[in-house]
Design a protein around this ligand. Structure first.
Ligand code: F0G
Length: 362
């Protein structure tokens, strides 16, 4: 393959194959955000922008591995339930691999950019009158009956690929600062990334690459209207209670039954991290602040910055910490949310004079 050894596949030693079905993915920027860093008040703040992957989210890192596995197994139909990004990535990687894809989406709750991607990459799209968790119940049933190969984050091969987020962060942070980050703050839905990062760090410790003390504190951020992980952390539970009613502007993380909670909750606890719930208003403010530094993200992604800010205010995160926030999806994924949060276009007459009038220069 022309992309052998690039991005995610640079870390093939940590993956089940030498190469995958690739576009290629990974090698995303670790942005500096000096104004936010100063305002929040931490020693250093970097933003790992996973929206810069080929289909605009971190899901590509999992799909390059997962779809390769599906090819090996020789399955006919790939399927997922999705709040949008997984369906976009599965459709693109399925197309790349020459396979048929089926996606189940919660009707009316998926951002426009994501549906457009799934549609153009030729997924069969079923809109379910229900939420994401119910879509996932159905897809699990289909997989159990042998009707489809499941590519949600319950598929362990997806998480293998997503481990490379952690490897890239550790490597680049060390290059820039001569030390590993103290903490990683990430948006949490199904808790797949949280589980993947924890596995990544355990493997690094086991291989003698880092010490236990050097493992970053895994810190999850959820929307207030969909926060079963925060509830479990606050109550000290080993599993989450399923929330039947969920709502948030950050539709990507509108999830009430995080299927990876059993793997992710120990990761948060054992690294000394925590989980925090943020309001839609706080998410919007963080989305604007990131955009003000040139970093365009979808609402769910901004939950990481909103979570960091809240935990700094509460004194949970200290001012001498080095922090990496994960932003999981691109601004263009949800153009409606961006338009709503941003400046309004102003109509103007078709002349230079009219423009100058409007600018107050006449
Ligand atoms: N951020 C974005 C932009 C997402 O799309 C998702 C999950 C998450 C965060 C949560 O990640 O599940 O690893 O905790 N989106 C899935 C989807 C559910 O269907 O696209 P997680």
């Amino acid at each position: 393959d022309e992309f052998e050894g690039e991005g995610v596949w640079r870390y093939s030693a940590a993956l089940p194959f030498e190469e995958g079905v690739s576009l290629p993915e990974g090698h995303t920027p670790l942005h500096r955000v000096p104004r936010l860093e100063e305002e929040v008040g931490v020693r250093s703040l970097r933003v790992k922008h996973e929206g810069m992957n080929p289909t605009g989210s971190f899901k590509d890192r999992g799909m390059t591995v997962g779809v390769r596995v599906a090819q090996e197994v020789g399955v006919g139909r790939l399927a997922c339930a999705s709040t949008g990004n997984t369906s976009a990535a599965l459709a693109a990687y399925g197309a790349r691999g020459g396979m048929e894809t089926l996606v189940l989406l919660p009707a009316g709750k998926v951002a426009a950019g994501k549906i457009a991607q799934a549609a153009l990459h030729k997924a069969r799209i079923l809109e379910v009158d229900g939420n994401f968790d119910e879509c996932l119940d159905i897809v699990q049933d289909l997989a159990d009956r042998g009707e489809a190969y499941l590519l949600n984050s319950l598929n362990p091969f997806r998480l293998e690929g997503q481990k490379t987020i952690g490897l890239e962060i550790m490597e680049e942070h060390y290059e820039d600062y001569g030390e590993y980050p103290d903490r990683i703050v990430l948006p949490v839905g199904n808790a797949g990334n949280t589980a993947a990062l924890y596995k990544c760090f355990r493997e690094l410790v086991k291989a003698g690459e880092i010490t236990e003390e050097q493992v970053p504190k895994l810190t999850g951020a959820q929307a207030e209207g969909a926060a079963p992980m925060v509830e479990a952390i606050e109550e000290g539970n080993d599993e989450t209670r399923r929330w039947e009613e969920v709502e948030t502007r950050a539709t990507a993380i509108r999830i009430g039954n995080p299927v990876n909670a059993p793997k992710a909750l120990p990761g948060i606890r054992e690294t000394g991290g925590t989980a925090v719930a943020v309001s839609d208003e706080e998410i919007t403010e963080a989305q604007r602040d990131l955009a003000g530094e040139g970093v365009g993200v979808e609402p769910a992604s901004a939950a990481s910055i909103a979570g960091l800010r809240k935990l700094r205010d509460r004194g949970v995160i200290e001012d001498d910490e080095s922090v990496v926030c994960l932003t999981t999806g691109h601004l263009l994924k949800d153009p409606d949310a961006a338009a709503e949060a941003g400046n309004d276009p102003e109509p103007v007459d078709n002349s230079t004079e009219a423009v100058l009038d409007l600018l107050g220069e006449n």
